[in-house]
Design a binder for this molecule. Sequence first.
Ligand code: IMP
Ligand code: MG
Length: 176
Amino acid sequence: MIQLHDKQFVPFISATEIDFAIKKMVAQIEDDFFDETPIFIGVLNGSFMVVSDFLKLYKKPCEVSFIKLASYEGTSSTESVKQLIGLNQDLTGRSVIVIEDIIDTGNTLEELKNLFKQQNVKHFKIATLFFKPEAYKKDIKIDYVGIRIPNKFIVGFGLDYDGLGRNLPEVFQLKE
Ligand code: IMP
Ligand code: MG
């Protein structure tokens, strides 16, 4: 068990399971984009670790960039999503694959879709390491999912509780 601020967390998803899920996503995306040079867009802060592991495994030509959005305060999603760093790259005709750490309500995803709508991209795909189907409120298709999890608050592997826990190599779940 670990303590972050006022809350306790218990082990939930091992590093081996995470690695397996990322390898599965890499294999699918390599297959789907074998004749292209996709540009992966990581959504900061949470996705830095999944993007790093993902790219080390991705053996085909690709590019990477980051965008910074934020919606969470404490342990619950807020309705408004703030864009903190934007993209300054021309994405016309490119295959864009957004890499998310986790999709919860889908508010962030909807905001991302709107941001990229104005750009004349060739493909716009969404990949997420973790997905909470019970919390998801949108109709937007999620193209690649690593691990589906129950509607529980998790930390580790890039995910934080008010700033703490991002450095944990495994995922912990809020203790009930
Ligand atoms: P959404 O907009 O509600 O889908 O939330 C997406 C963002 O909220 C993610 O990119 C995370 O930064 C954060 N988030 C959602 N669920 C969790 C969680 O269980 N732990 C930590 N952060 C989370
Ligand atoms: Mg995020």
